[in-house]
Design a protein around this ligand. Sequence first.
Ligand code: NDP
Length: 398
Amino acid sequence: MGKVLIIGAGGVSGVVVHKCAQHPEVFSEIVLASRTKSKCDAIAAQLKRPVKTARVDADNVPELVALIKQEKPDLVLNVALPYQDLHIMEACLETGVNYLDTANYEPPDTAKFEYKWQWAYHDRFKKAGIMALLGSGFDPGVTSVFCTWIQKHHLDEIHTIDIIDINAGDHGYPFATNFNPEINIREVTAKGRCWENGQWIETAPLSVKHAFTVPENIGTSNIYLMYHEELESLAKHIPHLQRARFWMSFSDSYLKHLEVLCNVGMTRIDEVEFNGQKIVPLQFLRALLPDPASLGPRTKGKTWIGCQVAGVKNGAEKTVTIYNVCDHQECYKEVQSQAISYTTGVPAMISAKLMISKVWNGVGVFNMEQMNPDPFMDELNRCGLPWKVIEQAVADLG
Ligand code: NDP
C-alpha cells in the first residue's frame, strides 16, 4: 500500500487518477496537485474515492518540496508537461522520493527533446537511494517494453524496430491535437530522425510517408517517419540494433491545417511583439485549440499502436509484430477520456503500481526497456490495454 502524488491535471492525468483509484490495494491514498487547482477538483469530483487536491507550480522547486514534505508520498507521478521534468526530479532528490514520468525533458525555448538532461541525474538518484523511471506512457513506454519482451521471449537478437502509431479516431474538429497542443506541434514539426547502423539519419519534417493497411480491419492510414524519444533510449539499450524508426498516422485535414499554421508563423516558439505585449504564437494557438481533455465524448474510432521487430532466432531470420487496439468510446465509458490519454495514463499507473509494490525496484534513473517486461505485460492485459503478438510482418516500410 502506498501514497501517490500526481502532478498535472490535464487529459492524461484524468486517466491516471481514475486508474489509480481502481487499485486501492496499491494506491491507498491519492493526492492530485497542479497549477490550476479547480482542474484537480473537477477530476476528483468524477471519482467515488476521495482524492486530495492541491495547487502547486511545478516549476517552483521550493513549492514542490514543501508539498512533498507535507504529503509524504511514496511516489511522485509527473503528468504535467515535459518542461517541468527537471524541477520535479530536483524536488524528489531533495525529499528522497521516487519519480515517474511519461515524456522526456524539453527546454521551453528550443523544440528539442533529448534524454541527456534526465540521464545526467543518474548518479544523484543512485546516491540518494531512489529511483526515477522515465517515459511510461504508450510511446514512449509500452513500445519500449514490447521490444524487450520480444527480445526476451521471441528473438535472440533484435536487428530492426519499426514503431507504428495509428490513431484512426475522429473527433469531428477540422484541427485538434489529442494531447497537449504545444508539445504535439513541436514534436510533429521537428525533423524526422531514425537510427541506422550506429548513426542518426535526418529527413525533412513529414517527408517520408507510406500507406499502411492497419490490421484488425481498422482501415488504411498514411504513416509518416518522425523522431520520437524512445528511439534514443532503445538505440542505447538494445544490443545488436541496426535500425530503429518511428511512424505516426495523420489525417489529411490535420496536415493541411498544420502546414498553413506553420506557413503563417503560428507554430513559432519565440516571442513576438503584439499590441505592446510579448506573446509566443504557439502558446496563443494552444489557447484557441480544443482542450485535449474535452475530446473524450466526441472521439470515435480506434487506435492501433505496435512494434514490428525483426531479428534472428536460433540462427534464422524472424519478424514479430506486437500491438494494442484501443477504442476511443470504450475509454470514454470507463474513465471519461479519449484513447490517446487512456493509452498514456494506463501505463503510467501500471509503472506506479509496480514501483510502489517494489516489483520494479532500483536506484538511479531508468528507461522502461531496462525493467523486467513480464509483470508490466501481464498488467497491460489486466488493466485495459490487452496486446496481441503475431510472428509475421504487418507493414512493408522499405
Ligand atoms: P495537458 O496540457 O492536458 O495537461 C498538462 C497539465 O500540466 C495541465 O493540467 C497543466 O496545468 C499542468 N501544468 C503545466 N505547467 C504546470 C506547472 N508549472 N505546474 C503545475 N502544473 C502544470 O497535457 P496532457 O495531459 O495531454 O499530457 C501530459 C503529459 O503526457 C505531457 O508531458 C505529454 O507530453 C505526455 N504524453 C505522453 C505520451 C506517451 O505516450 N508517452 C502521449 C501523450 C502525452 P493547467 O491546467 O493550469 O494548464
